[in-house]
Design a binder for this molecule. Sequence first.
Ligand SMILES: Nc1ncnc2c1ncn2[C@@H]1O[C@H](COP(=O)(O)OP(=O)(O)O)[C@@H](O)[C@H]1O
Ligand SMILES: [Mg+2]
Length: 385
Amino acid sequence: MPVSREEIRALVERYPSPPVVATVGSHSALDVADGAATEGFTSVVLAQTGRDATYSRYFRTVRAPDGSRRRGCVDEVWTYPRFAALAAPDSQEHLRARGALLVPNRALSSYVPLDVIENELRVPIVGSRRLLRIEERTERENYYSLLEAAHIPFPRAIAGPAAIDRLAIVKLPHASRRLERGFFTAASPAEYRAKVERLVARGTVAPSDLEAARIEEYVLGPVFNFNYFFSPLVPRAEGLELLGVDERRESNLDGLVRLPAAQQLELSETERIPEYTVVGHGTLTVRESILEEAFQLGERFVDAARAAAPPGILGPFCLQSCIDRDGHLTVFDVAARIGGGTNIHLGLGHPYGNALWRVPMSTGRRVAVELRRALEQGRLSEVVT
Ligand SMILES: Nc1ncnc2c1ncn2[C@@H]1O[C@H](COP(=O)(O)OP(=O)(O)O)[C@@H](O)[C@H]1O
Ligand SMILES: [Mg+2]
């Protein structure tokens, strides 16, 4: 049985005051902790032992004798032997006892099984618990169905390797590092077969994953990840905000494109095939005439998500897109939670978020502002699930 909204509402009504802002220690945790600290919350990072130094040592809060923050933004680090242990009954009890409001990120939904998040994790999640699953391309109801319902352009699916008639991207997990990508491109069935052979030999692709792989049209154009925020606390017309736009650095794709053509050709056939492991992010703005379309797609996505899975989007979400030469967006991936690139906002905010809010506004800070407003208005249960 899914954890119900009524249950969470009853829980937050009895919550300690003030609550603390907690997030899983990876992905976008620094942005969330920094934002929470800026807005006067206690920030808690739920970390895995051995992967906690960034939070417990390097960004740990150090206070002056008068209690003011001298450095750092991570007020508390709670460590677990494995991330998944944070959902164990006694850890949940501790989270509730401290009034933890859990900001979900991809680390939460990757390391804690989705079934556990949906059915057992009785801790308020800031955002939509139900929508975390739509990211899984292997689910029957996934983000493609939402994009379709929202009339948002997305890459055309290609039925199978034999149907590849143009440049296509094949999406499947990495053979050994299961949370990473084993993506590759192919423009014909013959190229598909040749690449599979090389990538299986290199250990990037497992043959057993090919069956369920998503094959789709490759969209030629730069990648723009739109980091939006939707607030249910204000009138619908003011609900959608665009806080920032990021792009990724992917290894070793970006390494390859930095090589001059002559040097690329010196690589072996296998070395020339890029991998798509995200290793960093950069900040972008878009041509101003494109912004309106970005807002329209964001609005449609909010409406479609609400209709398909009420209450829909609450807080941050990210549409990952390519922009073609006519300036139109094609959305190839969606995060119905904080995106992976919002650390570009750390400390500075982003031109769009700042222009809107008139102060440095990161996604992490925006989440904290939402929580503060909800608390002030007695509406906390409207922003958590
Ligand atoms: N249809 C596409 N056309 C062109 N590039 C794509 C397409 N789909 C994905 N990519 C590239 O692959 C990267 C990862 O794809 P994405 O669908 O976001 O995977 P994940 O779900 O693992 O985040 C993107 O950042 C982009 O560079
Ligand atoms: Mg993605």
